[in-house]
Design a protein around this ligand. Structure first.
Ligand SMILES: Nc1ncnc2c1ncn2[C@@H]1O[C@H](COP(=O)(O)OP(=O)(O)OP(=O)(O)O)[C@@H](O)[C@H]1O
Length: 253
């Protein structure tokens, strides 16, 4: 059984079916990428899965648990974390404080623990370890304002915040958006490392990154999954090439 599965998802906005009977699943240690042209319904689907929008119909399960009616924060608690397209950081505080807050939010501690020295040391240690998981380390980086980091590093930090909840399934919403090639390459390597520990649903426009990372790709068009398959199957699928008209991008990354 898949670690994560969504079956028969439907969402309409008035007469528009933005999500039209979508099935999508992710297995442990798998990267399943979801691609599709602008307006295909990717954001709507991500919002249904993460609990920001209620479904009209369908079933969402995580590790066998029905999470369809859970609120977004309850889904995080159940093991489904999401990174946002627009980063989710507190930009006016330091990197290490962002990491500490994420850990505290997950562990349910409140700010009283700041007075306790042992706890403080343990929290700092956890925060540093969490940053290191995504390649955010070194005193000068940890002590700088989150908002002053380069864009790519902010996205890495955003991923770290999602990891604070120890997710079984990580939902990455366009993690490479706005990145240059070097930054993208770094995040590709980061995601390769993360997949050893969790299942990843990756929504991404950067085809080169998708082709490097995905075990499976599903293509969403007008709210429907028109096809799913391996990288080679999707590259060579005439239906996909038609969607990405004249698509050198799909054929050659
Ligand atoms: N809250 C809403 N109310 C009405 N229509 C909506 C709403 N949200 C999305 N839509 C419509 O649903 C369709 C799918 O939109 P969605 O944003 O999910 O697509 P997308 O694939 O994420 O697009 P993009 O890649 O451009 O972000 C679009 O036609 C959009 O106009």
């Amino acid at each position: 059984m898949s670690l994560f599965s969504a079956t028969g998802l439907v969402k309409s906005f008035h007469s528009l079916r933005a999500t039209d009977n979508v099935d999508i699943s992710v297995n442990a240690n798998e990267v399943h990428a979801l691609i599709g042209p602008n307006g295909a319904g990717k954001s709507t689907l991500v919002n249904l899965i993460s609990g920001l929008l209620p479904v009209d119909a369908g079933l969402i399960t995580l590790d066998g648990q029905d999470i369809t009616r859970l609120k977004a924060h309850e889904r995080v608690h159940a093991g489904l974390s999401r990174c946002f397209q627009v980063t989710n950081l507190f930009k006016e505080i330091s990197v290490i404080d962002n990491l500490r807050l994420a850990i505290q939010a997950h562990e349910g501690n409140n700010f009283k623990v700041f007075g306790v020295r042992n706890h403080e040391a343990a929290l700092n240690e956890k925060a540093r370890a969490l940053g290191a998981k995504v390649g955010i380390e070194g005193e000068s980086v940890l002590n700088s304002m989150a908002g002053s980091l380069p864009h790519g590093a902010q996205r890495q930090l955003d991923i770290a915040l999602a990891l604070a909840a120890n997710p079984k399934v990580l939902l990455l919403d366009e993690p490479m958006a706005g990145m240059g090639p070097d930054e993208s390459a770094r995040v590709v390597e980061l995601i390769k490392g993360l997949r050893q520990h969790m299942a990843i649903l990756l929504i991404e426009h950067d085809m080169e990154a998708v082709f490097q990372l995905a075990d499976r790709i599903s293509v969403l068009v007008y709210g429907k999954v028109i096809t799913s398959g391996t990288v080679d199957q999707i590259r060579n699928d005439p239906k996909v090439q038609e969607v990405y008209l004249g698509s050198e991008t799909v054929a050659h990354g």
